[in-house]
Design a protein around this ligand. Structure first.
Ligand code: IPM
Ligand code: MG
Length: 364
């Protein structure tokens, strides 16, 4: 197949991990006879430095006409001034909203060999397989009004939490669909004992449940869900929640897998276009050292192949190559206190496994 893939390396460790993701895509293209055309564009802090805008129009246009987008990370201390008019994060939020990517899928799966990398007891985290479905274009992140003002010398700030029925319905429905072929257990997370938006969320989830009689729907308050994610993570199958709760719970859940650096994500909407990115941030403390873990990005590449390009065997091949590289002992610094591999060495380890798997088993 032919596909245009836009690369948005962004800030911090973004360029380092995206470059490994690209190598994996190139290896897949060579092995399976696809033509991927790559187009690299600025977003976030680098885009502010180049153009003054964290999401320059040509970047958004390139993404609109692409089959898929692979993103690294945005943000860093250089652009962190609280007084600043523009922030790198606005580039990412603008991209999600501009492309109407209302659902963010964050699979949390433990690779068995990494069971000791998690700070939690092995018997607690082994077999963890959770899919977090986070609403991505609504809630506190986008609600109006939002402001910070000074009245009579006193400062006041406002953010707005607003959800429309259709925004809840489409993401909850998607979560039901994703739960069906899994363990058919959907946990809808809210704060319905306090928030009106959560009460609406709960009602809509309940209504949608009628269309999915095979899926067991459970409601859970976000505070107790946060506790249960650590105390009994294997309880969860698919978890669906609003934007901010999903942001927080997905970072928490990443601890189960040993490292934030391992987790991929897919941001999707109505069509096949999606933005794929590791869930970790720009990690300014280690940027430029070549030690970031590229696995979150490489597993995002697998999600890209699956969701945007409908290349399931290729996606599975990438996931198995990652498993194999880890099983063979490849570790970046975040995963071990012993000798570790660099970002490039880890990328190479995966590409090698991918190639040898394809030569021994054939590409199809
Ligand atoms: C994420 C990040 C972003 C978010 C930031 C960088 C705006 O934390 O993708 O989880 O809050 O959505
Ligand atoms: Mg986050």
């Amino acid at each position: 197949m032919e596909a245009k893939i836009v690369l948005l390396p962004g800030d911090g460790v973004g360029p380092e991990v995206v470059s490994e993701g690209r190598k994996v895509l190139e290896a897949v293209a060579a092995a399976y006879g696809h033509q991927f055309a790559f187009e690299e564009r600025p977003i976030g802090g680098v885009a502010i430095d180049e153009t003054g805008d964290p999401l320059p129009e040509p970047t958004l246009e390139a993404c609109r006409s692409a089959a898929a987008v692979l993103l690294g990370a945005v943000g860093g201390p250089k652009w962190d001034d609280p007084q600043a008019k523009v922030r790198p994060e606005q580039g990412l939020l603008g991209l999600r909203q501009g492309l109407q990517l209302y659902a963010n899928l964050r699979p949390v799966r433990l690779i068995p060999e990494l069971v000791d990398a998690s700070p939690l007891r092995p018997e607690l985290v082994k077999d963890v397989d959770i899919l977090i479905v986070r609403e991505l274009t609504g809630g506190l992140y986008f609600g109006e009004p939002r402001l910070l003002e000074t009245i009579d010398g006193k400062r006041r700030a406002v953010d707005t939490l607003e959800y429309h029925e259709h925004e809840i319905r489409r993401v909850v429905r998607l979560a039901f669909q994703l739960a069906e072929p899994r363990r058919a257990h959907l946990t809808s997370v809210d704060k319905a004992n306090v928030l009106e938006t959560s009460r609406l969320w709960r009602q809509v989830a309940q209504e949608e449940a009628h269309s999915f009689p095979n899926v067991r729907l459970e409601h859970q308050l976000v505070d107790s869900a946060a506790m249960r994610l650590i105390a009994d993570p294997r309880h969860f199958d698919v978890l669906v929640t609003e934007n901010m709760f999903g942001d927080i719970l997905s970072d928490e859940a990443s601890v189960l897998t040993g490292s934030l650096g391992m987790l991929p994500s897919a941001s999707i909407g109505e069509g096949t276009l999606g933005v794929y990115e590791p869930i970790h941030g720009s990690a300014p403390d280690i940027a430029g050292q070549g030690i970031a873990n590229p696995i979150g990005t490489i597993l995002s590449v697998a999600m890209l192949l699956r969701h945007s390009l409908a290349l399931e065997p290729e996606a599975v091949a990438v996931e198995q190559a990652v498993q194999q590289a880890i099983a063979d002992g490849a570790r970046t610094a975040d995963l071990t206190t012993n000798d570790s591999q660099t970002t490039e060495e880890m990328g190479e380890a995966v590409v090698d496994r991918l190639k040898s798997r394809i030569t021994t088993e054939g590409p199809h």
